[in-house]
Design a protein around this ligand. Structure first.
Ligand SMILES: Cc1cc2nc3c(=O)[nH]c(=O)nc-3n(C[C@H](O)[C@H](O)[C@H](O)COP(=O)(O)O)c2cc1C
Length: 156
């Protein structure tokens, strides 16, 4: 069963994705977690989703956020991706950021930012689908994006 689970994850890993940080403000503290489940859902209205692991230690924080941002990482931000998969304190992870109009931190060095308002959470197996409406976006850097494929990072 274990090897089937590993095999299934390996099979999914052959689909290359980008890497993003989901960021939010928590009582004055800037927090972020690394995800590769970010995807566009609808252009009009502008809806995006990402999925949150039910076992994430900061599950309640990210599930209950009224506002958040999606920071699409650049090829040279692998270290930040690794750091924010371990510790969701942006300062501890060595990031610099500014606060967006919606109150969420926008991480410096990202190739794209999406400011979002939480619209819906949908239970789906061992994850929650987080549906957000995009209220602002920008492309602060014209660089290659960070990719994740076969459990490894790559530049695109
Ligand atoms: C490349 C990559 C992609 C990830 N994608 C997701 C994701 O889409 N959803 C998720 O809940 N966790 C994802 N994670 C794991 C979270 O970053 C990690 O579990 C989170 O920071 C909380 O860690 P903790 O529960 O050990 O505190 C990903 C990790 C990496 C390295």
């Amino acid at each position: 069963m274990l090897s089937q689970t590993r095999g299934y994850r390996d099979c999914l890993g052959r689909f290359p994705t980008g890497v993003a940080l989901i960021s939010l403000s928590d009582q004055g503290c800037a927090r972020a977690m690394t995800v590769n489940s970010f995807v566009s859902v609808s252009l009009e209205p502008r809806l995006i989703l990402w999925s949150l692991d039910n076992n994430c230690s900061h599950y309640s924080l990210f599930l209950s956020a009224s506002h958040f941002a999606v920071n699409v990482l650049a090829y040279d931000q692998q270290g930040l991706s690794i750091a924010c998969a371990r510790n969701n304190n942006l300062e501890v992870s060595g990031a610099h950021w500014r606060i967006a109009a919606n109150g969420a931190p926008l991480v410096d060095g990202a190739v794209a930012h999406f400011e979002c308002t939480m619209r819906q959470t949908i239970p789906a197996g061992d994850h929650q689908i987080i549906l957000g409406e995009v209220t602002g976006f920008d492309m602060p850097r014209d660089e290659a994006s960070l990719a994740f494929v076969r459990s490894q990072y790559a530049g695109l």
